[in-house]
Design a protein around this ligand. Structure first.
Ligand code: C2E
Ligand code: MG
Ligand code: MG
Length: 788
């Protein structure tokens, strides 16, 4: 045995040994007393006088020892230390040993062998008998046996004759034997006790460790359960809740589980779902189910609960709050079906709804109208005011669209500035007109963004199911085509789809493709139409007019291809080319005459939105060397309608440069006097539509007169376009118009022809002659003439 183990358990072993010693006292002292009585009685009968004294003594000792045991098992073991008790025991043993040893001296008479044998045997028996009751302490026993057998052997040996000597020697041997036996008993007992304590300690340690591990796992489990946003519960086979635990954020109380000891199967209204699901789990099913509680939504894993032997014992539920995920899913669904900016249904949604609407219409023999709505000025607002303003505009546009529709009509946003509306249950296609009219109407009101007013009219294309398309995709395509035509026809309009539109749309698409390459391929060129000074009848300048000679499409007029180029967004690019080319060519003619000739260039509204216009003009002037004073820019009213500070800034900067601004096609558009006052226009061009009927009988000329008078009062020069007859010219001359343009003097001609016109040969008048001859124009005095 390890010494450490002995040391470790020394105290416990001692305690146990003491306990064993005292436990043996009642029986051993009882027997000892009986032996003492017999011995006493026997000695008495043999006439031993001192037996009384001996008996009284040994009885006292035995009684004391008995008392000591009683005391030990009373409170004694607590009051005194084990070592003290051991010492007490040993003293008791010594006292008893002395008494028994005394008996040897007193009761072994030298004369009677029988008596001798009896006494020796009795004492040897006492000594041997005590070996077991004192097995726990070899020390006590050694004294005891020595004190008994010592005197026995001594007395016997001292007799000096046989058989006493033999008795003495035997007693001595017995003494040694008993002492050795007791020694080995005590040793093995100590060993066993140590072993026992060592085992007990080991077991305690093991148990403590086991408990610690379990405790730790439990606290860990508790902590995990407490921190996990999950709720766990278990029910027994009857559905009675046996365990409930909810971590932080599990919203356990929201699940409305009954308390432990109550059944979850009771079909109360707020527990119907959980009751049903638990029943399934109790039937052995494992599944995941959703649970809509009062405030949250959960995903619950249900499964059977087994006992240690693997028998089904109940069911468990593990709930995770998935409200947040649900919200996200809903949000995703919303994002997938609704336009984020305006909250309107998106393309996917409206296309679905359209298909439903078709079914409905087929069943009820009704029509479905689709309105393809495109904002006319969105790009301008977006480019000049920024995306935020653009978003605001779209938002407001969506609100207006909603407001202009009936409850049953469906609005949607397709993307960008494109909206869609669908109305069902129409009887005639013309029923769609009312709505289209209304939509156009609401978009004619100015929009207010950042306390500024903007115009963003709507162009609408209408297509009707089933005649214009059998599927949502086809119908949308038709409506788109019709919208394109509304745009092309000058915007702020609605158009019904016609099959002819398809062809036009296709041609325009082709044109668009060709136009994108036209510049690079040199298919575009300029013609110049002279402007005639009414007073002198001389050429004062020319208007540059764009021409396109497409190899695949043939010659196409600007009235047709420019709107296409604008819608395709290539016009700023082309316009820049026109600007540079016209300036360069103008410088070439200028070399031929001494007085300044000006060149007028048409500027598309898109070039205005393009903030580079100012830079482009400056660059064209610098590149060509044309003085700014000889450049005139013709602007249509649609540019003015924008009325943005940016446009105003560009106008003023151009005027500061020395460029002349003129208002083209006056009378055809918005024709607002306020524009004329506000913008720095120097020239007003009366549209040819007004000139055409001049001088005709019964024509009301007061409008033209008013325009001229008004322009003059604003100190603007007036140019009349489209003068074709002498009568028209005469009328305009009489009204004080400063300049005219028209076939009467010259059609637009090539740069070369114009150069000729203004006098290739100074001093001659070939230009007049040629023009007169070639162009059938009358009364034109060649520029070359006036050079002289
Ligand atoms: P506009 O600026 O009003 O140009 C005058 C138009 O009237 C020209 O048509 C010209 O050929 C035509 N015209 C001139 N005299 C007469 C006449 O006596 N009788 C009749 N019936 N017409 C006459 P054109 O060349 O077809 O141009 C049409 C429009 O295309 C122009 O109208 C202008 O708005 C636009 N345009 C032409 N070139 C350009 C350009 O380079 N840039 C831009 N942005 N627009 C251009
Ligand atoms: Mg013009
Ligand atoms: Mg014009």
């Amino acid at each position: 045995m390890e010494k450490q183990a002995l040391d470790r358990h020394r105290d416990s072993v001692l305690r146990e040994r003491v306990r064993m010693l005292y436990s043996a006292i009642p029986l051993s002292q009882g027997i000892a007393f009986a032996v003492a009585v017999i011995l006493f009685a026997f000695q008495e009968s043999q006439g031993q006088h001192n037996a009384h004294g001996w008996f009284a003594l040994i009885s006292g000792v035995l009684a004391l020892r008995g008392f000591s045991a009683v005391h030990y098992f009373g409170k004694g073991s607590v009051v005194l230390s084990d070592r003290a008790w051991l010492t007490a025991f040993r003293l008791g043993a010594i006292a008893a040993g002395v008494c028994w040893g005394g008996a040897a001296l007193l009761f072994i008479p030298d004369h009677d062998v029988t008596l001798q044998v009896f006494t020796i045997l009795t004492l040897a028996g006492v000594a041997a008998g005590a070996i077991s009751s004192m097995a726990a302490d070899h020390g006590a026993y050694r004294f005891f046996v020595l004190l008994i057998m010592g005197p026995v052997s001594a007395v016997a040996l001292m007799q000096g004759q046989q058989p006493q000597i033999t008795f003495g020697l035997l007693s001595l041997l017995l003494l040694i034997f008993l002492d050795r036996s007791s020694h080995s008993y005590a040793k093995s007992l100590t060993h066993l006790l140590t072993l026992r304590f060592e085992n007990a300690t080991l077991i305690t340690d093991l148990e403590r460790e086991k408990k610690r591990v379990i405790d730790e796992a439990e606290t860990m489990m508790g902590r995990i359960l407490g921190s996990a946003p999950i709720a766990i519960w278990a029910v027994d086979a009857e559905g009675v809740v046996s365990f409930v635990e909810g971590g932080q954020g599990s919203n356990l109380e929201d699940l409305r589980l009954p308390p432990i000891g109550e059944s979850v199967l009771a079909d109360t209204e707020d527990r119907a779902q959980i009751a049903y699901q638990t029943r399934r789990a109790l039937n052995g099913e494992s599944f995941v189910a959703e649970l809509d509680a009062e405030r949250h939504c959960y995903e619950v894993n249900y499964g059977p609960l087994f006992d240690e032997d693997g028998n089904r014992q109940g069911a468990i539920g593990v709930a995770v709050d998935i409200s947040e995920r649900k919200r996200h899913e809903k949000e995703l669904a919303r994002l997938a079906h609704y336009d984020q900016l305006t909250g309107l249904p998106n393309r996917v949604t409206i296309m679905n709804q359209l298909e439903h609407a078709f079914e409905h219409a087929r069943r009820n023999d009704r029509l479905v109208a689709v309105y393809f709505i495109d904002l006319d000025n969105f790009k301008a607002v977006n480019d000049t005011m920024g995306h935020k303003a653009g978003d605001t505009l779209l938002h407001q546009a969506a609100d207006r669209l909603r407001a202009s529709l009936r409850e049953s009509d469906m609005p949607a946003r397709l993307g960008g500035d494109e909206f869609l509306a669908v109305s069902e249950g129409l009887q005639r296609p013309s029923d769609a007109e009312v709505i289209a009219h209304k939509i156009v109407g609401v978009f004619q009101q100015p929009f207010t963004i950042d306390s500024r007013e903007f115009y963003a009219t709507a162009s609408i294309g209408i297509a009707v199911f089933p005649q214009d398309g059998a599927t949502a995709e086809q119908l949308l395509q038709s409506a788109d085509t019709a919208m394109y035509h509304a745009k092309f026809a000058g915007k702020n309009k609605y158009r019904f789809f016609t099959s002819a539109m398809q062809a036009t749309a296709e041609r325009h698409l082709e044109m668009e493709t060709e136009l994108r390459r036209a510049l690079d391929r040199g298919e575009l060129f300029l013609e110049y139409q002279p402007k005639i000074d009414v007073m002198t009848r001389t050429i004062s300048g020319a208007e540059a007019l764009l021409r396109w000679n497409s190899p695949s499409l043939g010659r196409i007029g600007p009235d047709e291809f420019i709107p296409v180029a604008e819608l395709a967004g290539v016009m700023p690019h082309i316009g820049d080319w026109v600007l540079r080319t016209a300036c360069r060519e103008a410088v070439a003619w200028q070399r031929l005459v001494r007085r300044p000739l000006h060149v007028a260039i048409n500027v598309s509204p898109q070039q205005f939105r393009n903030t580079d216009l100012l830079a482009n003009v400056t660059q064209a002037l610098v590149e060509s060397g044309l003085p700014a004073a000889q450049l005139e820019l013709e602007i249509t009213e649609s540019v003015l309608v924008q009325d943005t500070p940016e446009a105003m800034r560009v106008f003023n900067a151009l005027v500061d440069l020395g460029v002349t601004l003129s208002l083209d096609d006056f009378g055809t558009g918005y024709s607002s006097l306020s524009y004329l006052k506000k913008f720095p226009m120097r020239v007003l061009k009366i549209d040819k539509a007004f000139v055409r009927d001049l001088g005709k009988r019964g024509n009301d000329e007061s409008l033209v007169d008013a325009i001229i008078a008004m322009a003059h009062s604003l100190r603007m020069q007036v140019v009349a376009e489209g003068v074709e007859t002498e009568a028209q010219f005469a009328y305009l001359q009489q009204r004080g118009v400063e300049m005219v343009q028209g076939y009467y003097f010259s059609r637009p001609v090539s740069a070369g022809a114009f150069q000729e016109m203004i006098g290739i040969q100074e001093g001659d008048a070939p230009v007049t002659a040629r023009i007169t001859k070639d162009r059938r124009s009358a009364g034109l005095v060649g520029a070359a003439e006036s050079v002289d």
